[in-house]
Structure formats: C-alpha cells, structure tokens
Design a protein around this ligand. Structure first.
Ligand code: SF4
Length: 285
C-alpha cells in the first residue's frame, strides 16, 4: 500500500476559485480545498487493500482520506486520470481536474446520508466534490437549499463556501466510470468503503436516501454484508419507496428511494423540483 507517486500528472493550472496552481490529477495534500488526504495517506491497489484499509479506518475523516486516493479498480483509475489529463471538456480546459475518487461531502455529524451513483467525468472528477460542477448537482443543491439543508443554492467548486447541515453525501461508486456504468466487480469492490462508512456512522445514522437504483442496491448489499436485518423479500427501488433496516444492535435505519437527479430524469420531467423537495422534507419526519 504505497503512495501513488507513479501517477502521470499534467499542469499545473490555476484552481478556478483559489487561483492556486494544481496538477491534474491533483497531488494528495497539495492544498486543494477540502482534500482529505496527505502525501502519507495509504493507497489501496486492489480489493484486498480496500478491505484492510476500510476496516482499519477509525474515523470518517480517515476513511475519506483513504477513499480519495484509492486505486483498486484499474479500469476506473485509467478512465478518471485520462479524462483529467487529456479528456477535459473544452469549457474547463484551463482548469485543473481532481482526477481522484470523490470523498464524502457534507455535515460530519449528520444523521442522514444521501447515496448517489458515481461521480461525473467533468463534475466531481473535475471539482473533487460530490455532485459539484454539473447539471445533476445544480438540481440537487438547489433543492437542498430550498429545504434548509444547504446554506446556498449553488455548488460551483470546492472552496465556494457551500455548507450542508444535517446531511452528508456519498456515492455507491466513488470513481467516475465510462458511460456512467460501473461493472458489478467495481461496484462490489467500492461497496466495502460504503459499508465502513455505515459502520462508522453507527447508531447516529437515522435515514439513508438513495438517488437511483444502483445506490439503493448498493446500500442493501453493504448492510446485508454488515449483518443488518433487511426485509424479505428484498425491498425494490422506486421513487418514494421506503424500507426499515435494523443494525445488529437493533437500531432502526430508514431507507428512502428517490429518482436520480441526472439530466435524463430532470430534463424529461420524470423528476421535478417539487418531487425532490417532497422526498427531502420527508427525511426529517
Ligand atoms: S471505484 Fe471505489 S474501489 Fe474502485 S478505485 Fe474508485 S474508490 Fe477505489
């Protein structure tokens, strides 16, 4: 589990908010706003490393740091770094790209967790923050602001002053996948990080809201592995679907489904702002 100092990087280019120069992919501990890792953070190079490093992370901050430098899925590592070096969208060509897994974002003391699918190539993979810098994030953070979870309606980039209260956001798969389609093996490998996240939250966790079926199924797989009690037959994903899960200590955790905030859903009206607001407001009940 050595440092990732063999990564090929390009740049530097100025960060769009701080103006500080950064290489792409971003060097851990080089001053990127909210980078949870340092040059000494251990790096997972395969599923066995993920198991070990997740199990030995004692805090959410330590877990986030280890997630943010993970290299366990070769196809996804190659994709995220190739996009960062040479596949940037023309409108962002003068910006550094994060090019690493997306760490969690939000209130570290929250009792509510949102689980998305995976970072977007020019969104989180560029900005280093969940759902930040793309149309999905614009839709989600506007709703989080309307419903009182966010202090501002926009999420432009790490360092823009956005803060969440009472909610934290993670992804079922933490690296941007080609065609937004992680393989079953990649999903299973990354589910280990999600499982440890749920374990570390412990009995503080009250609600998990998933954006889309992959997040829903990822939570059910991770909680089953952790020995939680999951209803049988296994509850199916749907917009507004609910299920009650029990941790091994008998603590109840509500699982809530919501259509994903992807342009495919929001541009077609399958998911509207009032629909998302209703689900978000219901999480407090
Ligand atoms: S998808 Fe998850 S397990 Fe795979 S490299 Fe990214 S962070 Fe690591």
């Amino acid at each position: 589990m050595t440092a990732d100092d063999d990564v090929v990087r390009v740049g530097p280019d100025p960060h769009p908010i701080t103006g500080d120069p950064h290489l792409s992919p971003v060097l851990p501990g080089s001053g990127w706003p909210t980078d949870p890792a340092t040059a000494r953070t251990p790096v997972a190079h395969g599923p066995g490393d993920v198991q070990h490093l997740a199990a030995s992370a004692d805090t959410l901050a330590e877990l986030d740091a280890r997630v943010s430098v993970c290299r366990a899925c070769p196809r996804l590592v190659d994709w995220r770094e190739t996009v960062a070096r040479e596949g940037r969208r023309a409108s962002f060509a003068d910006q550094p790209y994060w090019g690493r897994p997306g760490p969690s974002f939000g209130d570290p003391t929250a009792d509510t967790l949102i689980v998305g699918l995976a970072p977007a190539a020019n969104g989180t993979n560029r900005t280093g923050r969940m759902f930040t810098g793309d149309a999905s994030g614009d839709f989600l953070y506007a709703a989080l602001h309307r419903t009182g979870y966010a202090n501002q309606p926009t999420s432009v980039g790490a360092g823009d002053g956005l803060r969440l209260t009472g909610i934290r956001i993670v992804a079922a798969v933490r690296c941007a996948p080609p065609a937004n389609a992680p393989t079953p093996t990649e999903r299973a490998t990354c589910a280990t990080w999600l499982g440890r996240d749920l374990e570390l939250l412990g009995d503080r966790l009250r609600v998990v809201m998933t954006l889309g079926a992959i997040g829903w199924n990822g939570v059910l797989a991770a909680t089953t592995t952790l020995g939680w009690t999951v209803p049988k037959p296994r509850p199916k994903f749907g917009h507004g679907a609910r299920a009650e899960l029990l941790t091994p200590s008998g603590h109840p955790v509500r699982l809530v489904g919501c259509f994903h905030v992807s342009p495919h859903n929001t541009y077609t009206g399958r998911l509207t702002p009032p629909m998302l607001d209703d689900v978000l407001l219901s999480l407090r009940n």
